[in-house]
Design a protein around this ligand. Structure first.
Ligand code: ADP
Length: 479
């Protein structure tokens, strides 16, 4: 390790924990830089200065930064904040674009000028190099919001190694062709930058075409997105880049999600001492108004109630499962029909309780107090909850898809089923509940295996480091 030169890496992203986060992308952009710094690298992050990050402690650089917009030049103030490990985060201030309620949209839907807002982020990311006299060895882009960086570099005739990570292929940054002017590129670039997509412009597609290397957040998802079924219209583009596309699993925050130290729990436990887990189960049952019984298998679910998460599959499975001697603890929010149904079931069934909304403490208590955890996702780039569950000895019941397939070992650290149907989920939950009741020693051994797994970011950083070096070598080979 010591012999390897340290890398200078610039992250361009639309989210970064703990400043702003709506999903896994925010976790990666907020955590991975610190882990890379620990390994001796020089890593910096750039995000927009949204209204909701203005409270975060930051200092403003005295000189404004010029950002070419394609047509003319715009000016942005550059603020600097710090992440863990002293990682600098540069906040690009442009109030016309970013000073509003919401990151991508508001109650009326997505903002109408998102093409311009995030093209500006990509342009600011590139401009920052000169402004800071920081010449990165590699630029790491995240999702469509930063995907224009390799395209803009190519249009400018620059050769710079880039890695573009896909956190969720469902979001592509697709806009009408009339938005081409807003991103400051001429129509001559529609084809050479891979921007055009069925008459629209597609920022992610352009990035997938122009970036040196591509990655996504699990090996199985990397395969799935190259198929017509999982490719969301971009499978052809991805197949053409198969040699440059890699799957790297996300890590979890092993400090926050540790049952032996978790301050949000009424009792703590570890893989050799599960008494505290029984206390958590009791507390969960009591809090939700479920009958307090140690022997009944308690199934947890913490999720956004949307199609991607298979919430409809869960509902179908309940039809069968509500007849069995099981309990359910559900937390989340999302589609109205699901919220209403869960509220109703909470009133009509003693064994079913749902809490609507976002509740960090209850999420921890469910992870700790349940025996099983359901994740019947339609697709799942990586998924975090199945990893949290394993650490808390709550065996996940997951569909064999994306990161779920890569992180749960059937009958060893959880239960895995295949078909996207309520019957398949119900059968898997019933099997898991039987294991809990009839084979307690085996269940206990599974808990031990699950809780002993290492899922931290330190191991993830090693893989990204290798990918950066590969991108550097391949970009040199391109020229
Ligand atoms: P996704 O990012 O697609 O929503 P993940 O499983 O990758 O799914 O991550 C979801 C994260 O959000 C987990 O940390 C989960 O605990 C948390 N979460 C989701 N819904 C809620 C909720 N209602 N209350 C508390 N935490 C939630």
């Amino acid at each position: 390790m010591g012999a390897m030169p340290r890398l200078k890496v610039l992250f361009v992203a639309s989210e970064c924990m703990p400043l702003v986060k709506t999903g896994g992308l925010g976790d990666v952009a907020g955590t991975l830089p610190g882990e890379l710094v620990r390994r001796g690298h020089d890593v910096r992050v750039v995000i927009p200065r949204y209204r909701m990050v203005k409270d975060y402690p930051a200092l403003v650089h005295s000189a404004p930064m010029a950002v070419p917009t394609g047509l003319d030049e715009s000016w942005a103030a550059v603020w600097e904040a710090k992440l863990a490990q002293d990682v600098p985060v540069y906040l690009i201030e442009h109030d016309v674009l970013y000073d509003r309620d919401g990151i991508y949209g508001d109650a009326h839907g997505d903002f109408g000028d998102n093409a311009r807002r995030f093209a500006f982020l990509s342009r600011a990311g590139l401009a920052l190099r000169r402004y800071l006299s920081f010449e990165p060895d590699v630029i790491h882009l995240h999702d469509w919001q930063a995907a224009l960086v390799p395209s803009l570099a190519r249009a400018a005739g620059e050769s710079i190694p880039t890695v573009l990570t896909i956190h969720n292929l469902g979001y592509q940054g697709r806009f009408g062709a009339d938005q081409l002017a807003a991103i400051g590129l001429g129509s001559e670039h529609l084809n050479d930058l891979g921007l055009e997509h069925q008459g629209d412009i597609n920022l992610l597609k352009s990035g997938l075409t122009c970036a040196t290397c591509l990655s996504t957040v699990s090996p199985t998802y990397a395969e799935e997105i190259q198929t017509a079924e999982g490719g969301a219209g971009l499978d052809g583009v991805l197949r053409a880049r198969t040699a440059d596309l890699f799957g790297i699993l996300n890590g979890i925050d092993e400090q926050t999600w540790a049952p032996s130290t978790d301050p949000l729990l009424p009792a703590r436990f570890d893989k050799d001492h599960l008494e505290g887990k029984a206390v958590c189960k009791q507390a969960l049952q009591r809090e939700l108004g479920l009958e307090v019984r140690p022997d009944v298998p308690l199934v947890g679910l913490v999720s956004r109630f949307v199609e991607q998460k298979g919430i409809d599959v869960f509902v179908d499975a309940l039809e069968q499962l509500l007849h069995l001697d099981l309990q359910f603890a559900v937390l989340g929010s999302g589609q109205g029909w699901a919220e209403r149904l869960f509220s109703k079931l909470s009133e009509t069934h003693d064994s079913f309780r749902a809490r609507l909304g976002f509740d960090e403490r209850l999420a921890h208590l469910i992870e700790a107090g349940a025996d099983l955890f359901a994740m019947p996702s339609r697709y799942e780039p990586c998924g975090l909850n199945q990893m949290y569950s394993q650490r808390y000895g709550t065996l996940p019941v997951v569909r064999a898809v994306g990161g779920l397939r890569d992180t749960v070992q059937h009958d060893r650290t959880g239960f895995v089923f295949t078909a996207l149907t309520g019957e398949a989920l119900a059968a898997a939950v019933a099997y898991a509940a039987d294991t809990y009741r009839l084979a307690p020693a085996h269940f206990r051994q599974m808990q031990r295996s699950a809780m002993g797994k290492r899922m931290g970011w330190d191991q993830v950083a090693v893989q990204y480091e290798a990918l950066y070096r590969l991108a550097i070598a391949r970009q040199a080979g391109r020229h």
